[in-house]
Design a protein around this ligand. Sequence first.
Ligand SMILES: [Zn+2]
Length: 116
Amino acid sequence: MTDLTFVDDDGEVVELDPDEAAGLLEITGALEAATVSACPDCRSRVLAVVALSDLLDEAPPHRRANDLLALADDAPTLHLYVIDGAARCEHRRWRDPGHEEWLEAVSPAGPAPRRP
Ligand SMILES: [Zn+2]
């Protein structure tokens, strides 16, 4: 089961199960230092690629760190997007430009994609 999904602007994804996600959030201080914009009600967020790499470099080892570093290294833009797969959240209180950017990035991989 996927708990947190990391996706870049190319649609490349790294999926973490609940154990991996909990461990990652613990060793990275909940990704706070790399967060550009986040939903106040769940763990969905926009991350700065460079700051994420720094956080992972400095954090204790994590078994998915290399996957995440590779995703960060190959990201076509400066941002990565985290989708909280466990939350039933509509992100109504997430009101800044980061939310728009996040929506655009994650919608193809979202739970109910709407294609024309
Ligand atoms: Zn939310």
